[in-house]
Design a protein around this ligand. Structure first.
Ligand SMILES: NC(=O)c1ccc[n+]([C@@H]2O[C@H](COP(=O)([O-])OP(=O)(O)OC[C@H]3O[C@@H](n4cnc5c(N)ncnc54)[C@H](O)[C@@H]3O)[C@@H](O)[C@H]2O)c1
Length: 368
């Protein structure tokens, strides 16, 4: 396992946001693009998903160097039949492509009650919950099937090597005056980025999440970072992995195939640092149903399940999306923790993007 690092220092969300904006503006992004990327990455850290936060910057810089990530690209509508939109992300920042694709879909769902949006060929879409929250903020239900095209990390149930991406699934239900219910997870037993964070911190990953190159269960995240490579298990692991595998397969087909993008197989294996996501989103106006009590029914259900007597060792029962809100409140108050190795990787990426040593040092000085 990687050597353990010393504990994480903290930086305020506002300062981290400024740093991310500075890196991408230096790299050549227009201010709005740098802003959307910073909004998304810092929000991922705030919700506790460090795997999809600012620690992604080095990979994005590598993808830019490989001429894969395209700066200042926009979501382009390639087919519009009213309630179904097909949109191409042009390998631009997913943070821009998905934001714009959701804007198009929300506008259409306002008119028609529903809109299915196939977004293909976008660079990394990051934390998918961010896009569901954009829809929920506008008052819309949404669900999202995503593939990580050509970048297999997960073994199929019963298999021993990497065949599928960590394909996230996400669904959200908005509630007036209350936080939405947001379910958002990778269909791998743990998100790949969480194995990177564990590797950087020298920590094991939970049992049942990984197999080594020989197909044997392991808790050592090194098998995801160094050859000989192992694989992630589908969500559900050894016992229920057929369900995680099935959901991952539907994410692959809906996200990758139906959007007009591509699925993962021999001909599409990614050879560069790019992360290409395709996403099929369905955005629905809850007011379009004949369901005046829907919200009260949803609230009653949430209250009902939360009233269950606690299992031994459990502190509380969370609704989907609640752990992220709790972490967000804590990090907004106390700052975002970033471990030293991740900070160093971001600093190296910032220099590669063109920031000076002095500028990079001035950001490091803000850690406390
Ligand atoms: N863009 C990509 O290619 C890609 C690929 C994989 C994952 N991701 C993202 O990675 C992120 C992390 O995924 P993950 O699988 O590690 O998430 P996770 O295992 O932390 O699960 C998160 C989901 O489970 C809920 N949850 C967590 N703990 C809970 C509890 N104790 N009780 C009730 N609900 C609980 C959360 O509210 C959330 O909906 C997601 O945001 C996902 O979109 C992105």
């Amino acid at each position: 396992m990687n050597a353990p690092t010393t504990s994480a220092a903290r930086i305020s969300a506002a300062e981290l946001h400024e740093y991310v904006r500075a890196i991408w503006e230096q790299a050549g992004s227009a201010p709005r693009e740098a802003q959307l990327v910073a909004d998304h990455l810092v929000a991922a850290n705030l919700t506790g998903h460090d795997s999809h936060g600012v620690g992604m910057i080095p990979r994005y810089v590598d993808s830019l160097r490989d001429r894969e990530l395209q700066l200042n690209a926009h979501a382009s509508v390639v087919k519009d039949i009213g309630a179904v939109l097909t949109i191409d992300g042009g390998k631009g920042f997913g943070q821009v492509a998905a934001h714009e694709a959701m804007e198009h879909g929300i506008e259409r769902a306002k008119k028609l009650g529903v809109c299915a949006v196939g977004l293909r060929n976008a660079h990394h879409l990051g934390r998918i919950g961010h896009w569901a929250e954009q829809c929920a903020k506008a008052g819309f239900v949404s669900f999202h099937f995503v593939n990580v095209a050509g970048d297999p990390l997960v073994a199929p149930f019963g298999g021993t090597d990497r065949r599928i991406g960590t394909n996230p699934f996400c669904a959200a239900y908005p509630r007036a005056g209350k936080a939405p219910v947001v379910l958002d997870f990778a269909t791998s037993a743990v998100a790949y980025g969480k194995t990177r964070v564990a590797y950087n911190q020298g920590k094991p990953v939970p049992a049942g999440a990984l197999i080594d190159h020989a197909g044997k269960p392991t808790v050592d995240p090194t098998v995801m970072m160094e050859a000989p490579f192992g694989a992630l298990m589908p969500v559900g692991g050894l016992a229920g992995g057929h369900k995680g595998f099935g959901l991952a397969a539907m994410c692959e087909i809906f996200g990758g195939a139906l959007s007009g993008g591509y699925t993962t197989h021999d001909d599409t294996l990614q050879q560069t640092n790019a992360i290409i996501n395709c996403m099929m989103s369905v955005i629905v106006d809850p007011a379009a149903f004949d369901a005046p009590n829907a919200e009260a029914q949803a609230d009653a259900f949430v209250d009902w399940v939360k009233a269950s007597p606690l299992a031994e060792g459990a502190q509380r029962i969370y609704a989907p999306g609640e752990p992220e809100r709790v972490t967000r409140a804590e990090r907004e108050a106390n700052g975002i923790p970033v471990d030293p190795q991740t900070w160093q990787q971001i600093r190296d990426a910032a220099l590669a993007a063109g920031l000076s040593q002095q500028q990079a040092d001035s950001w490091s000085a803000r850690l406390r």
